[in-house]
Write a protein that binds this ligand. Sequence first.
Ligand code: NAI
Ligand code: OAA
Length: 328
Amino acid sequence: MSKKPVRVAVTGAAGQIGYALLFRIASGEMLGKDQPVILQLLEIPDEKAQKALKGVIMELEDCAFPLLAGVIPTGDPLVAFKDADYALLVGARPRGPGMERADLLAANAQIFTAQGKALDQVASRNVKVLVVGNPANTNAYIAMKSAPSLPRKNFTAMLRLDHNRAASQIAAKTGTAVGDIEKLTVWGNHSPTMYADYRFATVGGKSVKDMINDQVWNADVFLPTVGKRGAAIIDARGLSSAASAANAAIDHMRDWALGSNGKWVTMGIPSDGQYGIPKDVIFGFPVTTEDGEYKLVEGLEIDAFSQERINKTLKELQDEQAGVAHLL
Ligand SMILES: NC(=O)C1=CN([C@@H]2O[C@H](COP(=O)(O)OP(=O)(O)OC[C@H]3O[C@@H](n4cnc5c(N)ncnc54)[C@H](O)[C@@H]3O)[C@@H](O)[C@H]2O)C=CC1
Ligand SMILES: O=C([O-])CC(=O)C(=O)O
């Protein structure tokens, strides 16, 4: 017997990331090739945006995806999030050349307060929320705080793009296959302060740190390359990353829903105090996933260099939180 459809809400559905994301969700790449989905698509209630959304839906229809059990376009978060099992909060203002993600804080904070409240009112109590819109960690924090009746653990932010970027850089440096890299993680904020950490990483059982054995490359090349990759893409394309962001969102949700088979992945999750990160800060951590739940990898040694990096990205997150405290 075929499975019952699940409801997947996507905000900013007519935007760049939406265009790279919806077709892959509808084809089963996110939740499995046997899982029908109903897409509940939110765009701003503006004629141009709603018309663009209509066009995207025409294209979805024209794909004749067997797993696509319905599409609900709307300008109202209460409709988009009604009974949602998954919610991908993509809709936000992206940054342009010369802007830092923190510049988006004020512009986007209101969106995530309203959407957190709407999720609180109408979504499934088990809804899995992924915040992609920047600044992603703090937006996830705002949504979580605005949804007090939902479990805190349901709110996550996307650090998977940073994780995938780090894996690619390491594969290139070591001449190994990206898919063979295990136990990599990215700590902290989705911003240039994030700390991509390959101290525990292995390829075919061999230590990546030993293979590279170059702390100057780590500090002066690798970390800035991964941290500033988003800006490098804006510089090259004139637009922020979209296909790779959509791909990371698929990876994040797929692993959360279907499990990572023991592999470490990076998710931005609300801290419970582990590694000295204060409770509720949405922080990139190494996790494994199984049966629809993520589990933080605990007990890793944090050396002085790593602690300094973690402190820096934590401070930035705490400053962002202080900047939106009046809204919560
Ligand atoms: N966490 C991550 O790794 C990444 C995050 N991003 C962020 O993702 C966000 C979306 O990026 P793009 O798709 O490129 O932007 P875009 O501008 O192409 O699309 C955003 C869409 O969201 C819609 N929107 C704005 N406010 C909304 C609201 N309140 N409700 C529903 N829809 C709303 C807009 O009308 C627009 O269609 C940006 O904040 C960007 O910075 C982008 C890449 C990576
Ligand atoms: O840099 C941006 O504004 C978009 C983004 O978050 C990324 O590509 O990592």
